[in-house]
Design a protein around this ligand. Structure first.
Ligand SMILES: Cc1cc2nc3c(=O)[nH]c(=O)nc-3n(C[C@H](O)[C@H](O)[C@H](O)COP(=O)(O)O)c2cc1C
Length: 358
């Protein structure tokens, strides 16, 4: 296991809980700081933010806590997209946009401010930087490590774990199929890999010795205990933090997580052109089949439509990202949630040993 102060940041946590970075306004400095203050690792999500907003959020976290925290960046992908498929999807969504009085956005590619955001996390010497949607080059990672203590790469398969290890990552975030939000796959392909978290952890452990953060569908302390037993150094939870008062999620979205009107979750490209898990609403049912493999083109196309649906108070056309454990989300302060998850994980471990003392 490589040791560049890596294990130190994970080991400096008094509780093995990572609050998932959640782009789109859910992650806030208050949320990240509350989790870090409770002894876990809070995360800011740089995705979709401007470079200036990211800089401000990093400053805001530092005003709230002296504890380590992380920043997550989207790795830019292939900007090419099937223009005909995009045009067909646009035609299909016109009526949907009209319903909410919104204009569909231009289906364009961008790199989410990649170079500018990398410069910000370097300058700010952010303790932990994590990546999703790809693996930065070995040179980029080596350079970053001169400024930040821990580099985390999100992986969804053993092959990606091997690549990220070879590229010089310090820690891998292993994201199972149960996870809410976008799949962190290195490439945006039509095929969706569907390995659940435990089998995936097993496969990843077989190809790397790096410390692992496990993510996907974890909702309670005993779920955290399960992934620690399975070999993870920490558990990363997203959906259950969406409901916290410190999260920036729209109240409609928070309420939807436990609303029986939404029977479950599905992986869809309908909102962004990239596979992501969310609550099954009307938009997911109507448009998942027609959605092209084109990210971030489709994200830009549907952004104003989704915002208009939110303004109209209609959750049926909003992206309600949620993992399979969404029914367990509760509106409790993030620090309290972090401490409760850790305490429950500990009792679950003790209880399991007591049941099977061997
Ligand atoms: C609303 C939301 C937004 C997310 N945004 C990001 C992101 O910006 N970057 C990232 O690496 N992962 C993102 N994720 C995925 C999480 O990192 C994590 O894999 C996932 O939340 C774990 O599954 P869970 O939601 O069931 O706990 C997001 C998840 C959610 C629910």
């Amino acid at each position: 296991v490589a040791d560049h102060g890596t294990v130190t940041v994970l080991e400096s946590l008094t509780v093995p809980i990572v609050q998932a970075p959640m782009a789109g306004g859910v992650s806030t400095p208050a949320l990240a700081a509350a989790v870090s203050e409770a002894g876990g690792l809070g995360f800011l999500a740089a995705g979709y933010l401007t470079v200036e907003a990211l800089r401000d959020q990093i400053r805001a976290v530092r005003r709230l806590t002296g504890r380590p925290f992380g920043v997550n960046l989207f790795v830019p992908g292939d900007p090419a997209a099937d223009q005909e498929a995009l045009a067909r999807y646009r035609d299909r969504l016109e009526a949907e946009a009209a319903l909410y009085g919104a204009e569909l956005g231009k289906a364009m590619a961008d790199d989410d401010g990649w170079a500018g955001k990398l410069a910000v996390v370097r300058e700010a010497r952010v303790p932990v930087v994590s990546f999703t949607f790809g693996c930065p080059s070995p040179a980029t990672i080596a350079n970053l490590k001169r400024f930040v203590s821990t580099v985390v790469v999100t992986v969804t398969s053993a092959a990606e774990a091997r690549l990220a290890t070879e590229a010089g990552a310090d820690v891998l975030c292993v994201q199972g199929f149960e996870a809410g939000g976008h799949r962190g796959t290195f490439t945006n392909t039509a095929r969706i890999d569907d390995l659940g978290l435990l089998p995936l952890l097993r496969r990843v452990c077989a190809v790397t010795g790096l410390p692992l953060i496990a993510a996907g569908g974890l909702a309670r302390g005993r779920d955290v205990a399960a992934v620690l037993v399975a070999g993870a150094a920490a558990a990363q939870l997203g959906t259950v933090f969406v409901a916290c008062p410190e999260s920036g999620a729209n109240p409609l979205y928070k309420a939807a997580l436990t609303n029986p009107v939404f029977p479950g979750t599905a992986v869809t490209r309908a909102f962004s052109g990239r596979a992501a898990r969310g609550l099954v609403n009307r938009f997911v049912l109507d448009h998942s089949e027609g959605a092209p493999v084109a990210y971030p083109h489709v994200h830009h196309m549907t952004k104003a439509l989704r915002a208009a649906a939110a303004r109209a108070g209609d959750a049926e056309a909003m992206s309600l990202w949620a993992g399979q454990g969404h029914v367990f989300a509760r509106e409790i302060p993030a620090g309290e949630l972090t401490r409760a998850l850790a305490a429950d994980a500990r009792s679950a471990l003790v209880e399991a040993l007591r049941r099977h003392p061997g």
